[in-house]
Design a binder for this molecule. Structure first.
Ligand code: KIV
Length: 266
């Protein structure tokens, strides 16, 4: 059996120039599927607010909801590294609460937590790392700041913004985070960030130069089509095939074709 991926494996990948593959999952069934596909990292993302709960953004997702989903994923994931997203307001308050909340994810089976932002949460990141809680950072388009950013917009379009992003990436690296997600930034900006830090950069809408890639599972499987960003590639069309299967089931029940003898007990 393949041993479980660790944060040191991810850092080694960057040094070896081997790509890291990360996907979100929110429940046990999909976590099993993701693991069977050999994906390195499962992110229990607060994107569940949009793709599972049907909300317009991630802001209302609570600690209890994230812990519930993390528990489900972590209970079956044996090989992938499980990272839990810290929801809005679970780390923005005081450091003590941030550490308590981060620690609860590890108690639920996650191996690390992800926090959005840089300078403003640096003290929390380094405190978590000091207490043995591995942290992944998230820079660029940070969905928990959607209102501040004026919508889901591409970030770091000017060289000064790219320079700031590089400073932010260096700052989170100094705080001890083991990797950083770069979301919705030009490919060239991501390349500059990836070259400026020793920790792995995981891109989503950040071009090919990142050390790894992440996509939201429901996006890549074609299950969620309320909003499909340019950076999404649909590797399957499960919404379409699910509707087709369900329509067939409806027709079979209505016509008396289901259940047949094969699906009935003698
Ligand atoms: O919540 C999430 O799924 C994420 C990814 C988009 C990186 O943060």
């Amino acid at each position: 059996m393949k041993p479980r991926t660790t944060i040191t494996d991810l850092q080694k990948r960057k040094r070896q120039g081997k790509k890291i593959v990360m996907v979100t999952a929110y429940d046990a069934t999909f976590a099993r599927i993701v693991e069977e596909a050999g994906i390195d990292v499962i992110l229990v993302g607060d994107s569940l607010g949009m793709v599972v709960q049907g909300k317009e953004d991630t802001l209302s997702v609570t600690m209890e909801e994230m812990l519930y989903h993390t528990r489900m994923v972590a209970s079956v994931a044996k090989k992938s590294l499980v990272i839990a997203d810290m929801p809005f307001l679970s780390y923005q308050g005081n450091i003590d609460d941030a550490i308590q909340n981060a620690g609860r994810f590890l108690q639920c089976g996650a191996a690390a937590v992800k926090l959005e932002g840089s300078v403003v949460v640096l003290d929390r990141m380094s405190a978590m790392v000091e207490f043995g809680i591995p942290v992944m950072a998230h820079l660029g388009m940070t969905p928990q700041s959607v209102h501040q950013l004026g919508g889901y917009r591409i970030q770091a379009r000017s060289q000064s913004a790219v320079d700031q992003l590089i400073e932010d990436a260096k700052a989170v690296e100094s705080a001890g985070v083991f990797a950083v997600v770069l979301e919705a930034i030009p490919a060239d900006a991501a390349e500059q960030v990836a070259a400026s830090v020793a920790i792995p950069t995981i891109g989503i809408g950040a071009g090919a130069a990142c050390d790894g890639q992440v996509l939201v599972l429901y996006d890549l499987l074609g299950l969620f089509d309320v909003f499909v960003p340019k950076f999404v590639k649909q590797y399957a069309h499960l919404k379409t095939s699910s509707i087709k299967a369900l329509r067939q089931f409806r027709r079979d029940v209505e016509s008396g074709k289901f259940p047949s003898g094969r699906e009935s007990y003698d």
